[in-house]
Design a protein around this ligand. Structure first.
Ligand code: ZN
Ligand code: ZN
Length: 553
């Protein structure tokens, strides 16, 4: 799928390679006058259809022929779905990064871990300054979200201004960082904005997303009312929520202990960037357990039921240090990301089984979303007044609903993009003008492979059907030189199915003893395969992977 970009040199093009018709893996490209900039480079989580794979990245093959014209990667904020692929893909596209201090502080250890610490140039940027990447100029516009230093990016070229919102909400009391800079947004609106590329996550939610300030008040009351140990789990990156938990703990005369690597990593980056600095130091989980029960709050990783996170280990009774007992309380101060329901339910059930008090956003007001509900979207469209609306950061249904909503709000032109779409942002004739390659790369152990690679398809079959492995030692006349060895891992049980396995071996040995085929070894091999297939299908109704090792004497 090659696309000829040349005829569009004077048109601002938007080419998303991730983040459209899915939530996660945001990677947005803009092209003008033969030059490119990238906004965000995120990861996503693999589903059960990709066994052995945890994370996915956008496939950037379509960009590679133009990488010398890629001027920079601007990061809107430090959530994994926006920065989580940088350290894995950077060597492919190699360009300077532009990020605010907190996002840069989150990025640096990731780059260091991949051995890229000194290779990647990170320019630290701040709001209110125009940065030149000719033919582009960009400005970071402060906007609230659930992580410090979230910024929309206003991209200016001769073709007009694009407002790329990133993830956002309107919060008049965000507690950490400034409120959304509505003055700057409306200044751009007054000047005229060609297109707005905007967050669709919560387009189905009526009203407003709610304020972090209200969560703080409620969480404080809640912790005050607890008598045993309190465990609160939230996203490590939600620094405002972490500060809320600390202040609520302080109000209840409790000390705060952290459990989970990512909490230590993020709070260290936050302190480096000037957040959480006027608060007492954190205790380790061990120090927390040494305190009386009513004097400690643990902040734990694992709000999405991640099996290796601290909370899951506590729930399974496998945490090296933290043990809870009836009368203790566990608070889930986070939403359930779709797809994680089963894992979260598993953890919550184990906690309740231990006699613990469980508080979630189903029974209490302890979480607000970081994404805009409909009233906030309405306000944003009123401020920015784009000529073209481009909904992103949503599944297909979110993007369709957002497009409909933008049309009701009077936006003249609306484009529903998809990964790989080449979108011409041209007033009066905005349209998808073509398509480039897109797809996913899977992190398999330490290597990156295509998510459709044969090895993953085979792994899925092995997982679902198991395998049969038979070793046959043959002499020159294609007769058995020793008895057939056959095992069927994941398909048959060595002990329980011993008799059945022996009967397959017998059938194979008989077949080979009588084999006179002119087709030689290939015919013999096919014959053995069909015996195994026939027997297994008949006995257990499965279709395992069959592997034969033919050894010649
Ligand atoms: Zn985000
Ligand atoms: Zn996001």
């Amino acid at each position: 799928m090659n696309f000829d970009f040349k005829p569009y040199d004077d048109t601002m093009l938007f080419v998303p390679l991730g983040g459209c018709n899915e939530i996660g893996m945001n990677l947005n490209l803009y092209r003008y006058r033969g030059k490119w900039i990238m906004l965000d480079c995120g990861m996503g989580f693999a589903g059960p259809h990709l066994p052995g794979i945890e994370v996915l990245f956008p496939n950037i093959d379509a960009l590679l022929p133009y990488k010398k014209d890629l001027l920079g990667l601007v990061l809107t904020h430090a959530h994994e779905d926006h920065i989580g692929a940088v350290q894995y893909l950077w060597s492919e596209f190699q360009c300077p990064l532009y990020a605010t201090p907190f996002t840069a502080a989150m990025m640096k250890p990731k780059l260091r871990d991949e051995g890229l610490g000194s290779d990647v140039k990170i320019h630290e940027v701040k709001a209110g300054v125009q940065y030149d990447l000719a033919p582009f100029r960009f400005e970071m516009v402060p906007i609230t979200h659930s992580i410090p230093e979230m910024h929309a990016v206003a991209i200016r070229t001769d073709a007009g201004v694009i407002m790329h919102t990133g993830d956002w909400k309107l919060d008049s009391n965000p507690l950490v960082g400034p409120t959304t800079d509505e003055v700057t947004l409306s200044r751009y609106g007054n000047e005229g904005v060609l297109a707005m590329v905007c967050d669709s996550t919560n387009v189905f939610v009526e009203g407003e997303s709610g304020s972090e300030g209200d969560v703080r008040a409620n969480l404080t009351d809640m912790i005050n009312a607890c008598t045993g140990r309190v465990v609160v789990t939230t996203f490590a990156s939600n620094i405002a929520r972490i500060e809320t938990i600390i202040r609520a703990a302080m109000g209840a005369e409790r000390k705060v202990a952290l459990a989970g690597k990512s909490l230590w990593r993020v709070t260290t980056a936050a302190k480096e960037s000037g957040y959480l600095t006027d608060l007492p130091p954190f205790l380790t989980d061990k120090q927390g357990m040494d305190l009386p029960k009513d004097s400690v709050v643990f902040i734990c990783t694992g709000c999405q039921g991640e099996s290796r996170a601290a909370l899951s280990k506590i729930a399974r009774g496998e945490h090296p240090v933290i043990r809870l007992s009836p009368g203790d309380t566990v608070i889930f101060s986070a939403r359930t990301i779709p797809g994680n329901n089963l894992e979260i339910a598993y953890v919550q059930n184990r906690l309740v089984e231990q006699g613990l008090e469980l508080i979630t956003d189903h029974n209490s007001f302890i979480h607000v979303s970081g994404h805009p509900a409909r009233m906030e979207l309405e306000r944003m469209y009123a401020l920015v007044r784009p000529k073209i609306a481009v909904p992103v950061h949503g599944e297909c249904r979110h993007i369709a609903e957002h497009a409909q909503f933008a049309s009701e709000l009077g936006v003249p032109e609306i484009i529903k993009p998809f990964n790989g779409a080449v979108v011409a942002l041209k007033e009066g004739s905005a349209s998808v003008v073509g398509r480039v390659n897109s797809g996913y790369l899977a992190l398999d152990g330490s290597s990156l492979i295509d998510s459709n690679a044969p090895v993953i398809r085979m792994r899925r079959k092995l997982r679902d059907e198991g395998m049969v492995l038979a070793s046959l030692m043959l002499d020159k006349q294609l007769k058995l030189a020793s008895s057939v060895a056959l095992t069927a891992p994941g398909c048959l049980d060595d002990a329980e199915d011993k008799g059945f396995i022996a009967s397959i071996v017998e059938a194979i040995e008989e077949y080979i003893a009588e084999f006179k085929g002119k087709g030689g070894i290939t015919q013999l091999e096919n014959g053995v395969r069909s015996i195994i297939r026939r027997e297994i299908t008949r006995e257990v109704g499965k279709h395992p992977v069959i592997t034969l090792h033919l050894l010649k004497k």
